[in-house]
Design a protein around this ligand. Structure first.
Ligand SMILES: Nc1ncnc2c1ncn2[C@@H]1O[C@H](COP(=O)(O)OS(=O)(=O)O)[C@@H](OP(=O)(O)O)[C@H]1O
Ligand SMILES: [Mg+2]
Ligand SMILES: [Mg+2]
Ligand SMILES: [Mg+2]
Length: 353
């Protein structure tokens, strides 16, 4: 008997792997100066191209499912030049060997727009909903630092399958956490990893390849025996997470190491494999609502690796409210055994108790 969600997991990973071939091409061509067209940023090109390829794979395999994706086609409808550039990339990006056969493609430029707009679902608590962030950590992508292609399947509001493609993280699960290096790490030997998880089946990492999937390894969070030695990750952008609050929290917890700042859901993947221990995302404004595509895959991967993920109020992230995590505020992710203690200090510093 095949395990539940086996096909969803396989297709999701292949789709992410194919889309990562495109984002890496865009980065390389940007470095050579051949990709920019007028004011189109490479991240725009990569975002649209990767989203189109991922949705095409979902459309071919799970045509009845709803999709909540970050980008939409509007800008491409009015910009034929940009549309043509993206179409050229999309039509020529394929997995090697038989793996490509399982994934559907995009037919033409008109279909490109159609496919992109399939991601405009409002989400919600009913049925199967895929959520996609084609490039998470756009700043990291541009710098040649960390970024992720994120894909998750929700069923009745719960995350069932999560996949994170991280082209610039080390393949080696034991490799120490690197602060945002910002150098061009794309294509460096030993980099590129896919994290994945299925509810109740644990979390896995495997090299990000260009054809069929290779064997995965099970990953677990590291046990925190001494808080002083714990390592916490946070956003690079101070506008995305309050870094002065996190410094105070770390100090109160007795953490002596400086935080590791890293873009994207690579933070979730890194703590899930024990390269780091804690991920804090502390609100910088009362009005910003986190987007479901920025957290769904990472949330499941960390929980399946032995972690607990809540918001700063101590509530589980609720992916069933719509396109945003409207009822949550920030993120606190840590090994289950110490999550309570971390949350207590977060609430003390934020004045929530
Ligand atoms: N004000 C504010 N607060 C919190 N989050 C915000 C905010 N503004 C944007 N975003 C979202 O942050 C996503 C990137 O998060 P990161 O953790 O990668 O940030 S950072 O790049 O490390 O600084 C980023 O995802 P991408 O757009 O896919 O890069 C945004 O969806
Ligand atoms: Mg994002
Ligand atoms: Mg994005
Ligand atoms: Mg964005």
């Amino acid at each position: 008997m095949t395990s539940p969600y086996a096909r969803e997991l396989e297709i999701a990973q292949l789709a992410v792997q194919r889309a990562a071939i495109l984002t890496k091409r865009v980065f390389r061509e940007k470095a050579k100066g051949t990709v920019s067209k007028d004011d189109a940023s490479p991240v725009t090109i990569g975002d649209f191209g990767a989203q189109a390829l991922i949705i095409a794979a979902l459309r071919a395999n799970f045509p009845g499912d709803a999709i909540v994706a970050e980008e939409e086609a509007a800008q491409l409808r009015s910009d034929a030049g940009l549309r043509g550039l993206i179409w050229d990339l999309v039509r020529s990006t394929r997995l090697s060997g038989a793996a490509e056969e399982a994934l559907g493609g995009v037919r033409d430029e008109a279909d490109l727009l159609e496919v992109l707009d399939l991601g405009r679902s409002e989400g919600g608590r009913k049925g199967r909903v895929w959520t996609i962030d084609p490039i998470d950590g756009t700043k990291g992508f541009l710098r040649g630092g960390q970024y992720a292609l994120a894909l998750a399947l929700l069923e009745d509001g719960d995350v069932k399958v999560g996949v994170l493609g991280c082209p610039n993280l080390p393949v080696d699960d034991e490799a120490p956490l690197e602060a945002d290096i910002g150098a061009n790490q794309t294509d460096e030997e030993g980099r590129g990893v896919i994290f994945s998880a299925v509810v109740g089946q644990g979390a896995t990492s495997r090299p990000l390849g260009t054809g069929g999937l290779t064997e995965g390894k099970s990953i677990r969070m590291k046990e925190v025996t001494e808080m002083a030695n714990a390592c916490f990750c946070e956003s690079v952008e101070s506008g995305h997470s309050n870094q002065s609050d996190s410094a105070q929290i770390a100090q109160k917890l007795g953490i002596t190491k400086p935080s590791v700042r890293m873009d994207s859901q690579a933070k979730y993947g890194s703590i899930a494999r024990g390269a780091g221990d804690i991920y804090l995302r502390l609100p910088t404004s009362k009005t910003y609502q986190e987007k479901i595509w920025d957290h769904a895959a990472g949330d499941l991967i960390v929980r399946e690796a032995g972690g607990q993920v809540t918001d700063t109020k101590g509530q589980r992230l609720d992916f069933g409210v719509g396109r945003t995590l409207a009822t949550n505020s920030g993120v606190v992710a840590a090994p289950a055994a110490v999550h309570g203690r971390v949350l207590e200090v977060v609430q003390e510093v934020l004045g929530l108790k």
